[in-house]
Design a protein around this ligand. Sequence first.
Ligand code: ADP
Ligand code: MG
Length: 342
Amino acid sequence: MRIRRLPPELINQIAAGEVVERPASVLKELLENSLDAGCTRIEVEVEQGGVRLIRVRDDGGGIAREDLAAALSSHSTSKIASFDDLVHVASLGFRGEALPSIASVSRLTLTSRTAGEASGWRLAGDGRETPCVPEPAAHPPGTTVEVRDLFYNTPARRKFLKSERTEFAHLDEALRRIALARADVALTLSHNGRALLRLPAASERSGEERRIAELCGADFIAQALHLDQQAAGLRLRGWVGLPTASRAQADAQYFFVNGRAVRDRLVAHAVRQAYQDVLFHGRHPAFVLFLALDPALVDVNAHPAKHEVRFREARLVHDFLFRTLHEVLATTRPGSAATAPL
Ligand code: ADP
Ligand code: MG
């Protein structure tokens, strides 16, 4: 067979294989876009576990009429322009692939209005590189992305979807992670027309704790220690569950790096070590922790869905996490003072 270039629709469908695994991955990408747009509130409506509909509406900066088509074409982003920008990237997105990928495996419409525009504009993505022209549409400043019938045109992928209940559970988890990371943004969620979550924006610690109680259970926060420490340009803040609040499963572990939920072996190892002396074997700690550091010291371009990161100074990060957590947990050890040596 001769070598030839793939058609753009197929390129996007292949790219979609990397970022769009299921409705939850669509929701994650849309929520991240809303946050990157600087919104203060997000409304999420879902039908049939997200397979039939995912609608995300925000009050962020919006997309200008002349940029709507670009938002749906591949490798197009407003977030970086050079390799240097990539190294310092502070936004959640930067690949410019989410919307075109999602549009290639669903029926997607994008409706948006910037603060400077008198009305909104709507564009339907049809999976092609050249979408139609935008039509006027009533919309307050901000953006609504509607994703219908996920995988309708890729039956092989659709077959991998689980029951409505399972898909919804994944969606719910994706939303929870974002809701924990950004307590300052108001969030609502409805499923099949039923309102399930209504989280007001919280600016203070008490409000953040109310949100965590709502998302992780009131007993988690009641049995957690708050910490906020800095050293060597690193800041760790959040809540660690007391050993008495440990669980049989590792299901309440949230770790964010610069606002991004990550699963990381180095982080997991540091946390496990810190808890080693205070937890029984086979028990898992619960925690919600936020690590902040200079974006140039962490590579977020290690995984298409960005679940993983690479720290440039892995040892430094590991030791800082271990030491900080160990110190805080030492106060919980029976008979030992808060000043227990490391
Ligand atoms: P990325 O987030 O990596 O830039 P996406 O495909 O997710 O790529 O989005 C493409 C572009 O569309 C973004 O760079 C942004 O300019 C614009 N965009 C997407 N969603 C929104 C939104 N909710 N509000 C404002 N702009 C958006
Ligand atoms: Mg994005």
